[in-house]
Write a protein that binds this ligand. Structure first.
Ligand code: NAI
Length: 332
């Protein structure tokens, strides 16, 4: 099923005019992968879009390829086609994985997804080691360290090029804060630091832009809602899954920021979970500046409120354990 469009034409189009990039989505037939594929097909910075999955990739590819936007779409099904899916890619987005189901132990989820990330990271190390990688697969606090260990083993690790996607936390924070302030969420920017699960998600409500202030009750309620946004969706969907549409939007927003950085746009800043020296932990999410080679600058935490300093300690404790788990998975 490879090659829904001719290779020669795709390459011609990519060369002409403004820089455009080759993007692969691994896990493209999933509940996040499908709407993400649609959104990336709509992105004018994408010249070629490779859709890879172990199931249903041909259907999703045929469907998305009928959209009359510029990106040329090609589908790849199953492990034997992984290398072709990855070769030549500038940006690889990974929403592959198993979502947590009711009754599923966190540890079982971790082992399954760590195994998937390992396989896909090995493919990236072999076929497109210079690509920028956006990792979506949960539990992110552990899967980012898994991917790093794989890249280190392969001798291809570049801390600037591996980014854990925490944008859903930022998107939720912007929305919930805007609701409280009674403004348009597009006018609000909330830095969310730490990690991407429970108490490791730390919205810095003292640093909201435009500057504003909240009562201690509002800070508590907002922090809790942002940290537990996932539960809100899981309960509302009542057994029919978790966040997939808002997640696809968040991943597409983050990928677009990466592509704008790769194009050379100035001042592209997003939060992301990356290898970092902002704290003593080897990985941490903060604001980062995105450029031609990925993460070009990692911003410090900035001044924190007393509430945030306390929450930070809780976040660091849990994060340390999650990171260790990822590292241990590969080293043992
Ligand atoms: P899903 O089960 O609907 O889709 C996952 C897709 O991955 C499936 O199509 C499956 O065939 C594919 N897949 C499985 N193994 C693969 C492999 N070895 N290679 C390529 N593809 C493979 O799950 P959903 O809801 O789309 O979630 C995907 C992942 O995203 C989960 O790990 C979930 O926990 C995570 N997630 C991350 C969020 C974030 O904010 N970073 C938010 C929500 C979910």
């Amino acid at each position: 099923m490879e090659g829904s469009s001719s290779l020669g034409r795709a390459d011609c189009r990519a060369k002409g005019g403004a820089p455009r990039f080759k993007v692969a989505i691994l896990g493209a037939a999933g509940r996040i992968g499908q709407p993400l594929a649609m959104l990336m097909k709509m992105n004018p910075l994408v010249s070629v879009l490779h859709l890879y999955d172990v199931v249903n990739a041909p259907g999703v590819t045929a469907d998305v390829s009928h959209m009359d936007t510029g990106a040329v779409v090609r589908g790849f099904l199953g492990q034997p086609q992984l290398e072709n899916a990855l070769t030549g890619m500038d940006l690889v987005i990974i929403p592959a994985g198993v979502p947590r189901k009711p009754g599923m132990a966190r540890d079982d989820l971790f082992k399954m997804n760590a195994g998937i990330v390992k396989t896909l990271a090995e493919g990236i190390a072999k076929c497109c080691p210079r690509a920028i990688v956006n990792l979506v697969c949960n539990p992110l606090n552990s899967t980012v360290p898994v991917a790093v260990e794989v890249f280190k083993k392969a001798g291809t690790f570049d801390p600037k090029r591996l980014l854990g996607v925490t944008t859903l936390d930022v998107v939720r924070a912007n929305t919930f804060v805007a609701e409280v302030l009674g403004v348009d969420p597009r006018e609000v920017s909330v830095p969310v630091v730490g990690g991407h699960a429970g108490v490791t998600i730390l919205p810095l409500l003292s640093q909201v832009n435009p500057p504003c202030s909240f009562t201690p009750e509002e800070v508590n309620a907002l922090t809790d809602r942002i940290q537990n946004g996932r539960t809100e969706v899981v309960e509302a969907k009542a057994g029919a899954g978790s966040a997939t549409l808002s997640m696809a939007y968040a991943a597409a927003k983050f990928a677009d920021a990466c592509l704008r950085g790769m194009r050379g746009d100035a001042g592209v800043v997003e939060c992301s979970f990356v290898a970092s020296q902002v704290t003593k932990l080897p990985f941490f999410a903060t604001k980062v500046r995105l450029g031609r080679t990925g993460v070009e600058e990692i911003f410090p935490l900035g001044p924190l409120s007393e509430y945030e300093r306390n929450e930070l300690e809780k976040a660091k404790k849990e994060l340390a354990e999650s990171i260790q788990k990822g590292v241990f998975f590969i080293r043992n």
